[in-house]
Design a protein around this ligand. Structure first.
Ligand SMILES: Nc1ncnc2c1ncn2[C@@H]1O[C@H](COP(=O)(O)OP(=O)(O)O)[C@@H](O)[C@H]1O
Ligand SMILES: [Mg+2]
Length: 374
């Protein structure tokens, strides 16, 4: 029997975002399929305050809200010595702090700000770590709805008409902002904070007074706010993309929101929004969607995975890309893995593949020369 060294995989969950609890659910599914024959799994939870805690069953402790017995670890901030997993440093006051070190692959199962937006990816790059998913630029462009639209526009991938305005303009020049929005066409409009997810701070505005309210609400969540033309009679179609340099797209799926639009309540409260897999759209439309998804993925330099979300206008059949989620919901019943299942890749195979892609990407990065050589 040959003894191959097991890969040390650290699953990161929780985090400082409104999607903390969603992350715990996704992490539960990931951890349950990581094959103990192949991987040595370390569970690392990040609290809502941003502290990193570990322990054998840290996930259960987070789920139960009983984290007091977990050990505090310091996130890696510099390339590891690769010797021991936890390097202990003693502070002046005598407190012993462990640094997470010599992990082969980090698997951030974190959604939203500080998890999906390039910040944690930047930390892991600094420390020379391999990690699952998109890098710094891909993550942050995927997270920022305004910049994402500019990148799509530059690549001729169709998007809904929109403008973005600053919190300052909303607070000081509301009339101008409303005039700019109304110049795009007729109501409804959607107002959205540029950087957030889970439909938080998003409103559908059917009138000028709705728009005023929607803008003020969105401005609570970000300094920049997007105003978008509403697509009437819309079908919401999603597709999963997987890979690094040569990404592939799954079959398409359709979401049937339980409310007027796919709001926070519809996503997380009602629990009755339906998924149709594969989506019942013409071949022509689904093929276009899959092609746009891959082009968008490459355009933002995504890696690992992303779920690409589209609007299809009933009647005209017009397709618009809405967003790319670089760390989509990842429970075994979430859209992202279900679309792969329908395309012939099981949840466990998907997790293995993502780890493989993380290592491949790291070795690409290691080949890159950082300074001029003769
Ligand atoms: N321009 C639009 N036209 C029609 N519906 C929209 C539009 N923008 C957003 N929506 C609705 O709002 C939901 C949430 O918007 P989205 O941009 O996907 O934000 P999030 O990043 O929070 O998911 C969408 O799934 C859709 O139901
Ligand atoms: Mg969305």
């Amino acid at each position: 029997m040959t003894m191959t060294k097991k890969l040390k995989v650290a699953v990161l969950f929780g985090g400082r975002s409104g999607e903390h609890d969603v992350s715990l659910m996704s992490a539960r599914s990931v951890i349950s399929v990581l094959d103990p024959q192949k991987y040595e799994v370390y569970q690392v939870g990040i609290t809502l305050d941003g502290n990193w805690l570990t322990g054998e069953d840290a996930l259960s402790a987070f789920e139960a809200g009983k984290t007091q017995d977990l050990r505090r670890v310091i996130p890696p901030t510099e390339p590891a010595s690769r010797q021991s997993l936890f390097v202990t440093r003693e502070t002046k006051s005598g407190e012993k702090l462990e640094t997470l070190s010599a992990i082969d692959v980090f698997f951030p199962v974190l959604h939203g700000p500080f998890g999906e937006d390039g910040t944690i990816q930047g930390l892991l790059e600094l420390a020379d770590c391999a990690y699952v998913g998109a890098g710094v630029a891909g993550s942050s462009v995927g997270m920022d709805k305004a910049i994402f639209k500019d990148v799509m526009r530059a690549n001729n991938i169709p998007i809904v008409d929109s403008i973005f305005v600053s919190r300052n303009e909303i607070e000081n020049n509301m009339n101008d902002v409303i005039a700019k929005a109304e110049a795009m066409g007729v109501y409804p409009f959607f107002t959205k904070p540029a950087n957030l997810g889970s439909s938080v701070g998003i409103s559908k505005c059917n009138s000028r007074s709705d728009l005023t309210e929607g803008l003020m609400d969105a401005a609570r969540y970000d300094r920049r706010v997007l105003i978008e033309k509403g697509v009437g009679n819309v079908r919401e179609v999603e597709v999963s993309v997987l890979g690094n340099e040569e990404p592939i797209a799954s079959v398409c799926g359709e979401v049937l929101p339980s409310r007027e639009f796919y709001s926070y309540e519809s996503k997380y409260v009602d629990g009755t929004s339906g998924l149709i897999i594969p989506s019942q759209l013409s071949n022509e439309i689904t093929e276009k969607i899959r092609e746009f998804a891959i082009r968008a993925y490459k355009a933002i330099d995504c890696a690992g995975m992303a779920r690409a979300d589209f609007f299809v206008e009933v009647g005209t059949g017009k397709i618009y890309i809405n967003e790319l989620n670089t760390l989509p919901g990842f429970t075994s019943i979430s859209m992202y893995p279900k679309l792969w299942q329908a395309s012939g890749l099981t949840y466990a195979q998907l997790v293995d593949k993502l780890i493989e892609l993380a290592l491949e990407r790291k070795s690409q990065r290691d080949r890159t020369e950082r300074r001029r050589t003769a």
